[in-house]
Design a protein around this ligand. Structure first.
Ligand code: SF4
Length: 451
């Protein structure tokens, strides 16, 4: 059952819970700003429970920014909706993101008690149209709460949305609009985030290599850029905005967009020494069946070029395990390519069919086999990564402080090293870059000492 605002006299708080990729995170952050401007006391929900104080003051609004790229992502978001509905029966649950844009998927959420909206703007319009929506003057918050001390230490800037690649297993081209954000809007956003104190900016998009290729997002002034833009020019323009104590990271680049020009940008100061480039499979026939736009051999060449441009860089990837046509030999080819290329981190995803995609028409492999292959991939690549990370021990890293606890701090280095260390009490450093000596590595993360 979907609740009504008319039942809730003092709606004070709005929480947004994000599932899925960095695009969703960047959209959530943008929405928090809009919701705050509209008078909501809006914040991101990082855990899975609402803070106690807010549940007694009035019925909260909970926005679930969903993901449907894998069945697992969908299951988690749905489980979250069901729990919030059960534990906070008066909460108003709104659904946004990819799950809200797919008819079959959004029905499940509606049955679980969430009201779906294809776009954030529609959700906000609907909220604004409800009576008794704001609990009083205290409901509004200062825009300065958008700064790093109050949220995530790094900030995500969306540069484009959507994708036209139509990989055989992916539903994303059907559920997201396709556009590039205007360069001037992105640069303004970069300046604002730097002014707000952020020191690590991440350019995100569903496929950021399509920036400038996808049509420009509608501009209220009706203007479109007159010059030619692509992702390399955009990165160059953003790097030119950075002060010396800030840095830029790219969320992900598809292999076909990792051109020589793009890799050359890794020689520039300010661009984090980290390339995330999805591989998906190390087998040529599987890559073809997936309709990926590169061969394993081309992928390996790009890796070699990246390492030449950025010898201290880290390479991370996504691999989709257990595609319906993946034989035992194909899977072995993936393990072998991982050994050859030596990724610093591999995200293995067990394949699950997404209704409406070409791959969903194929007979899937037995589920236990898919799960087992994924487990073997993770074990194999963890061991390889542990060896790769050792070369950073004894060296310095500039670490973005992301969390502080009673025992110390944690953060990421420029090559996306996970680093923790002492002393505690560095809360005021959250969001800052601090020089650290990497003293030891346990395979997955480092312990570091402040320099
Ligand atoms: S590149 Fe392929 S997997 Fe990635 S969003 Fe586009 S269609 Fe989906």
């Amino acid at each position: 059952m979907i609740g009504s605002f008319r039942d809730n006299k003092r709606v004070r708080r709005l929480f947004i819970k994000t599932f899925g990729c960095k695009v969703n995170y960047s959209e959530s952050v943008e929405f928090i700003g809009l919701a705050q401007s509209a008078g909501f006391n809006a914040s991101e929900l990082t855990g899975s429970r609402l803070p106690d104080d807010d549940t007694t003051a009035g019925a909260p609004v909970v926005i679930v920014n969903s993901c449907c790229v894998t069945a697992e992502a969908e299951r988690k978001a749905l489980q979250f909706v069901r729990r919030i509905r059960r534990e906070y029966p008066r909460a108003l649950i709104l659904l946004t993101g990819c799950g809200a844009r797919h008819e079959g998927i959004r029905r499940q959420y509606a049955e679980a008690g969430a009201r779906p909206f294809a776009f954030f703007s529609q959700a906000l319009d609907w909220l604004n149209g409800q009576a008794d929506i704001h609990g009083g003057p205290e409901a509004a918050t200062d825009q300065s709460s958008h700064g790093p001390a109050h949220g995530r230490a790094r900030t995500f800037i969306k540069v484009q949305d959507g994708c036209t690649c139509r990989c055989s297993y992916c539903i994303i081209p059907d559920v997201r609009p396709y556009y590039s954000r205007r360069p001037d809007a992105i640069i303004n956003e970069v300046r604002k985030r730097l002014d707000a104190g952020y020191r690590e900016l991440v350019l995100t998009g569903v496929n950021i290599g399509h920036f400038g290729r996808a049509p420009w997002h509608a501009d209220p002034r009706g203007e479109t850029p007159s010059e030619r833009w692509d992702v390399c020019r955009l990165i160059d323009a953003v790097l030119a905005e950075l002060p010396v104590d800030a840095r830029l990271r790219l969320s992900s680049i598809e292999p076909e967009d990792a051109t020589a020009e793009l890799l050359e940008l890794y020689t520039r100061p300010g661009l984090c020494a980290h390339l995330h480039m999805p591989l998906q499979s190390g087998s040529e026939p599987v890559l073809q069946a997936m309709r990926r736009q590169y061969t394993a051999e081309q992928y390996a060449r790009i890796v070699a070029d990246f390492r030449r441009c950025c010898p201290d860089g880290a390479l991370t990837t996504d691999i989709l395990v257990g595609y319906p046509t993946e034989s035992a030999g194909d899977f072995q080819a993936t393990l072998d390519l991982c050994t050859e290329l030596g990724f610093e981190r591999v995200h293995g995803f067990p394949y699950s069919p997404r209704p409406g995609t070409p791959a969903a028409l194929l007979n899937p492999l037995p589920r236990p086999e898919v799960i087992d292959r994924n487990r073997r991939l993770i074990e194999h690549t963890r061991a390889l990564a542990a060896g790769r990370w050792q070369r950073f021990v004894g060296r310095q890293a500039l670490v973005l402080v992301e969390e502080c606890s009673a025992t110390g701090w944690t953060g990421h280095g420029e090559a996306y090293q996970i680093v923790c260390g002492g002393p505690p009490g560095l809360d005021e450093q959250i969001g800052r870059l601090i020089p650290v000596r990497l003293e030891a590595c346990d395979g997955a993360g480092f312990t570091g000492r402040l320099i």
